[in-house]
Design a protein around this ligand. Sequence first.
Ligand code: GDP
Length: 462
Amino acid sequence: MIEDTIAAIATPLGEGGIGIVRISGPEAIEVGQKIFKAKYNKEWYNGPGFRLIYGHVHDKETGEIVDEALLSIMRKPKSFTGEDVVEINCHGGMLPLKKTLELAVKNGARLAGPGEFSKRAFLNGKLDLAQAESIIDIIRSKTDTGLKISMGQLQGRLSAKVNEMQSELLGMLAQIEANIDFPEDDIEEASLKQICRRSEAMLQEVNKLIAGAENGRIYREGVRTVIIGRPNVGKSSLLNALLKENRAIVTDIPGTTRDIIEEFINIGGIPLKIVDTAGLRETEDVVEKIGVERSKELISRADLILFVLDAAEGVTADDYKIIKLLPKNNNIIVIVNKIDVENSKINARELKDKFNDTAVIEISALQGRGLEQLEQEIVKLVMGGQVSVDDQILITNMRHKQSLEKAKLHLVEVKNGIEAGVPGDLVSIDIKNAWEALGEITGSTVSEDLIDKIFEDFCIGK
Ligand code: GDP
C-alpha cells in the first residue's frame, strides 16, 4: 500500500512557456489546496476531477505569491498513477518551478525518485511493465516509425500478444492436469502429442518476435553509421547533404556522470546515428589523421559503413588500404562521389564486379545527385528492405528479447521432453517456466527488485 505523496518537476529544466509540477498520492489534493489559491473556483478541492483552475501558487506562511498558474486535478483512479494527482502549470523557468516544488514538499509531499510516477501507475494496475517502458521510448523516439512502434506498445499490442501466449500455456497445463485424472497411457500419450504441437506453434511465434528484435533495436537506438574514406573524398559534404534533406534529431540523454548528446538523421524512418561526426567536421589541418588509421578504429564500432571514393581521383593506393580493412560480412555501401566531374576515373560497373554483393552507389554530394538512391539502399540493407511496421509487433527492448529467449529455451524443453517420453508432470515444469519467462515482459511475474531497477532508469518526473 502506497501511503505517501510524491512531487517532482515533470518538464525539462530550462526556459519554456510553461513548466509542470506534478503531485501524486493520497494527499495530493490537500497539498495543492495548501499551496495554490484559486481566483474563482475557490473550493476546487471539493469539486470533480478533470478540471483546470486558474490562480496563484503562494506561500501561506509568508504570504508570498510565487507564480501565476493553472492547476489541474485528476481524481483517483482515473489518473496516470491511479492516485489523486494535481499538476500545477507554472511559468517555465527554474525559479517558479523550483519554488513551487519546494512549497509542495514543505506542505506534505516528498521529492519523487526517478520513474516513481510510472512505477505507481504500474503498481496500481494502470499500465503493465511493457507499457510503462514504452513511455521512455515514446519520449526518446527518433523517427515517425519508432514512435508508431512505441505507441503500439503503450496501447498494449505486445502485452496482448504475451497474455495470449501465457493463456495458451495455462491451457496446456490444464490439459496435463486433466490427464492425471485419466491415467490410461494412450490418452496421456495422445494428449502430450497435442501439447507438443501447440508448443511447436508457439515456438514459431516466439522465434518470429526474437527475429524482429534486431530491427526493433535499430528503431530504438539508431544504426551506428560511419562514413569512411580518404581525406577530401567528400565525407563531410555527404553528411551535410544528408542532413540538409533529412531533419537531424538531437537527443539529450541525461546520465549520472555526464550528458550525452546524440545526433540522428532520419533516413526513410530509420534513425542513423553518425558516429564521430566531430571527426568529420574537423578542419584541414587535422585532415591527415582522418585517413586509414581512423577508418580502422571506426569500422570496428559500426553497424553500417558508408565507404566514400572520389571519382575525380579514381581508386588510389590509399583506398585499397581501406578496402582491405573492410569486414567481409558487414553492412557496407560503396559510394562513388563527385560524379559531376568531367573526367570520372571510376567505372562503377567495374567496381561492382570487384565488390561482389556490395552495393555501389554513384552520387554527387555537391549537387545532391544520387542521394535518394543511397537512402533507398540504406533502408534495404538495414531493414532487409522492410520498413512498414503496421501489422507487426516489433520487440525494441533488449529486456523483452531476453525474456523471449528464456521462454524459447523452456518451450524447446517441452517439445524435446515430450518427444523423449518424459511424463506429463515433468513437462508441466517447463511449461510453467516458459509462462514465467513471458510474464517478465508485462511484469506479471517479475521480482520487486527488478521492478525497482527498471523504473530507476526513468527520469525524475516520469
Ligand atoms: P572530406 O575530407 O572527405 O570530408 O571531404 P569534404 O567533404 O571536405 O570535401 C573535399 C572537397 O571536395 C571539397 O572542396 C568539396 O567541395 C569537394 N566535393 C565534395 N563533394 C563533391 C562533389 O560531389 N563534387 C565535386 N565536384 N566536389 C565535391
